[in-house]
Design a protein around this ligand. Sequence first.
Ligand SMILES: Nc1ncnc2c1ncn2[C@@H]1O[C@H](COP(=O)(O)OP(=O)(O)OP(=O)(O)O)[C@@H](O)[C@H]1O
Ligand SMILES: [Mg+2]
Length: 149
Amino acid sequence: MKANLSNLQDTKHFADFVARKLMPGDVISLEGNLGAGKTTLLQFIASALGISKQTTSPTFILFRVLPLVKSKRGIKWLVHGDAYRVQRQEELTEAGLNDYLQDPHTVTIIEWGNNVPNILPKRTKQILIKKDASDVRSATYPDAWGMLS
Ligand SMILES: Nc1ncnc2c1ncn2[C@@H]1O[C@H](COP(=O)(O)OP(=O)(O)OP(=O)(O)O)[C@@H](O)[C@H]1O
Ligand SMILES: [Mg+2]
Protein backbone atom coordinates (compact mmCIF):
# COMPACT_ATOMS: atom_id res chain seq x y z
CA MET A 1 0.00 0.00 0.00
CA LYS A 2 1.06 3.58 -0.57
CA ALA A 3 0.75 6.81 1.41
CA ASN A 4 1.59 10.28 0.17
CA LEU A 5 3.94 12.20 2.43
CA SER A 6 3.73 15.57 0.68
CA ASN A 7 4.58 17.50 3.83
CA LEU A 8 5.35 16.98 7.52
CA GLN A 9 1.64 16.98 8.38
CA ASP A 10 1.14 13.99 6.04
CA THR A 11 4.10 12.22 7.67
CA LYS A 12 2.56 12.81 11.09
CA HIS A 13 -0.80 11.48 9.88
CA PHE A 14 0.91 8.38 8.47
CA ALA A 15 2.85 7.93 11.74
CA ASP A 16 -0.40 8.01 13.74
CA PHE A 17 -1.73 5.28 11.42
CA VAL A 18 1.43 3.16 11.76
CA ALA A 19 1.31 3.53 15.54
CA ARG A 20 -2.23 2.07 15.50
CA LYS A 21 -1.13 -0.88 13.31
CA LEU A 22 2.02 -1.85 15.21
CA MET A 23 1.77 -5.00 17.29
CA PRO A 24 4.12 -6.12 20.05
CA GLY A 25 6.98 -8.16 18.58
CA ASP A 26 6.86 -6.32 15.24
CA VAL A 27 10.13 -5.60 13.48
CA ILE A 28 10.10 -2.87 10.83
CA SER A 29 12.83 -2.15 8.34
CA LEU A 30 12.56 1.58 7.59
CA GLU A 31 14.16 2.18 4.22
CA GLY A 32 14.80 5.06 1.85
CA ASN A 33 17.66 7.15 0.52
CA LEU A 34 19.62 9.73 2.53
CA GLY A 35 17.24 12.43 3.71
CA ALA A 36 14.11 10.53 2.65
CA GLY A 37 12.48 11.27 6.01
CA LYS A 38 13.06 8.05 7.97
CA THR A 39 14.03 9.63 11.29
CA THR A 40 11.25 12.18 10.96
CA LEU A 41 8.68 9.40 10.55
CA LEU A 42 10.16 7.50 13.46
CA GLN A 43 9.99 10.56 15.72
CA PHE A 44 6.30 11.00 14.89
CA ILE A 45 5.65 7.27 15.51
CA ALA A 46 7.43 7.51 18.88
CA SER A 47 5.36 10.51 19.84
CA ALA A 48 2.13 8.77 18.70
CA LEU A 49 3.07 5.91 21.04
CA GLY A 50 3.31 8.41 23.86
CA ILE A 51 7.10 8.49 24.09
CA SER A 52 8.09 11.91 25.27
CA LYS A 53 11.86 11.69 24.89
CA GLN A 54 13.21 13.23 21.70
CA THR A 55 14.47 10.45 19.45
CA THR A 56 17.51 11.70 17.62
CA SER A 57 19.13 9.29 15.19
CA PRO A 58 21.25 6.76 17.11
CA THR A 59 24.24 7.29 14.84
CA PHE A 60 26.88 6.33 17.37
CA ILE A 61 25.06 3.71 19.39
CA LEU A 62 23.47 1.39 16.75
CA PHE A 63 20.19 1.33 18.62
CA ARG A 64 18.39 2.90 21.54
CA VAL A 65 15.59 1.58 23.70
CA LEU A 66 12.69 3.94 24.38
CA PRO A 67 10.19 2.95 27.05
CA LEU A 68 6.52 3.79 26.52
CA VAL A 69 5.20 5.88 29.37
CA LYS A 70 2.04 3.76 29.24
CA SER A 71 2.07 0.40 27.45
CA LYS A 72 -0.11 0.28 24.31
CA ARG A 73 -1.69 -3.01 23.15
CA GLY A 74 1.10 -4.86 24.96
CA ILE A 75 3.89 -2.69 23.50
CA LYS A 76 6.21 -1.59 26.31
CA TRP A 77 9.35 -0.60 24.42
CA LEU A 78 10.23 0.93 21.08
CA VAL A 79 13.73 0.10 19.85
CA HIS A 80 15.09 2.59 17.31
CA GLY A 81 18.05 1.27 15.34
CA ASP A 82 20.10 2.77 12.54
CA ALA A 83 22.16 0.46 10.35
CA TYR A 84 23.58 3.21 8.12
CA ARG A 85 27.11 2.97 9.47
CA VAL A 86 27.14 -0.73 10.26
CA GLN A 87 30.21 -2.37 8.69
CA ARG A 88 29.30 -5.96 9.58
CA GLN A 89 25.70 -7.02 10.06
CA GLU A 90 26.66 -8.90 13.24
CA GLU A 91 27.57 -5.62 14.98
CA LEU A 92 23.91 -5.20 15.85
CA THR A 93 23.67 -8.75 17.16
CA GLU A 94 26.84 -8.29 19.21
CA ALA A 95 25.36 -5.10 20.70
CA GLY A 96 22.46 -7.20 22.02
CA LEU A 97 19.72 -6.48 19.49
CA ASN A 98 18.42 -10.08 19.53
CA ASP A 99 17.14 -9.70 23.08
CA TYR A 100 14.82 -7.00 21.76
CA LEU A 101 13.93 -8.69 18.44
CA GLN A 102 12.71 -11.68 20.45
CA ASP A 103 10.98 -9.71 23.18
CA PRO A 104 7.17 -10.04 22.92
CA HIS A 105 6.62 -6.54 24.33
CA THR A 106 8.95 -4.66 22.01
CA VAL A 107 8.53 -3.03 18.60
CA THR A 108 11.81 -2.64 16.74
CA ILE A 109 12.22 -0.12 13.93
CA ILE A 110 15.57 -0.13 12.11
CA GLU A 111 16.52 2.69 9.76
CA TRP A 112 18.51 1.29 6.81
CA GLY A 113 17.31 -2.22 7.72
CA ASN A 114 18.10 -3.19 4.11
CA ASN A 115 21.80 -3.00 5.14
CA VAL A 116 21.39 -5.83 7.65
CA PRO A 117 19.03 -8.41 6.07
CA ASN A 118 20.81 -11.40 7.62
CA ILE A 119 20.20 -10.39 11.22
CA LEU A 120 16.55 -9.37 10.92
CA PRO A 121 13.84 -12.03 11.41
CA LYS A 122 11.84 -13.42 8.46
CA ARG A 123 8.71 -11.68 9.75
CA THR A 124 10.31 -8.23 9.32
CA LYS A 125 7.95 -5.74 7.65
CA GLN A 126 9.07 -2.94 5.38
CA ILE A 127 8.29 0.75 5.17
CA LEU A 128 10.01 2.35 2.18
CA ILE A 129 10.06 6.13 1.68
CA LYS A 130 10.73 7.43 -1.82
CA LYS A 131 11.04 10.87 -3.37
CA ASP A 132 9.76 11.27 -6.92
CA ALA A 133 11.34 13.43 -9.64
CA SER A 134 9.75 16.58 -8.16
CA ASP A 135 10.88 15.66 -4.60
CA VAL A 136 7.40 14.59 -3.46
CA ARG A 137 7.65 11.82 -0.88
CA SER A 138 5.57 8.68 -0.58
CA ALA A 139 5.77 5.61 1.62
CA THR A 140 4.99 2.00 0.79
CA TYR A 141 3.89 -0.12 3.72
CA PRO A 142 2.55 -3.66 4.31
CA ASP A 143 -0.74 -4.41 2.47
CA ALA A 144 -2.03 -6.11 5.62
CA TRP A 145 -2.34 -2.71 7.32
CA GLY A 146 -5.03 -1.69 4.83
CA MET A 147 -5.81 1.76 3.47
CA LEU A 148 -4.38 4.79 5.24
CA SER A 149 -7.09 6.26 7.43
N1 LIG B 1 7.09 14.56 4.50
C1 LIG B 1 8.05 15.50 4.49
N2 LIG B 1 7.88 16.66 3.82
C2 LIG B 1 8.85 17.59 3.80
N3 LIG B 1 10.06 17.48 4.41
C3 LIG B 1 10.29 16.36 5.09
C4 LIG B 1 9.32 15.31 5.17
N4 LIG B 1 9.84 14.29 5.89
C5 LIG B 1 11.07 14.70 6.26
N5 LIG B 1 11.36 15.94 5.79
C6 LIG B 1 12.61 16.69 5.96
O1 LIG B 1 13.66 16.02 5.29
C7 LIG B 1 14.88 16.16 6.00
C8 LIG B 1 15.52 14.80 6.25
O2 LIG B 1 14.70 14.06 7.10
P1 LIG B 1 15.23 12.85 7.97
O3 LIG B 1 16.42 13.24 8.75
O4 LIG B 1 14.06 12.32 8.69
O5 LIG B 1 15.68 11.82 6.84
P2 LIG B 1 16.40 10.40 7.02
O6 LIG B 1 15.80 9.53 5.98
O7 LIG B 1 16.32 9.94 8.43
O8 LIG B 1 17.90 10.74 6.65
P3 LIG B 1 19.21 9.84 6.89
O9 LIG B 1 19.27 8.93 5.69
O10 LIG B 1 20.31 10.85 6.89
O11 LIG B 1 19.04 9.11 8.19
C9 LIG B 1 14.54 16.91 7.28
O12 LIG B 1 14.87 18.26 7.11
C10 LIG B 1 13.04 16.73 7.41
O13 LIG B 1 12.42 17.79 8.09
MG1 LIG C 1 17.84 9.19 9.75
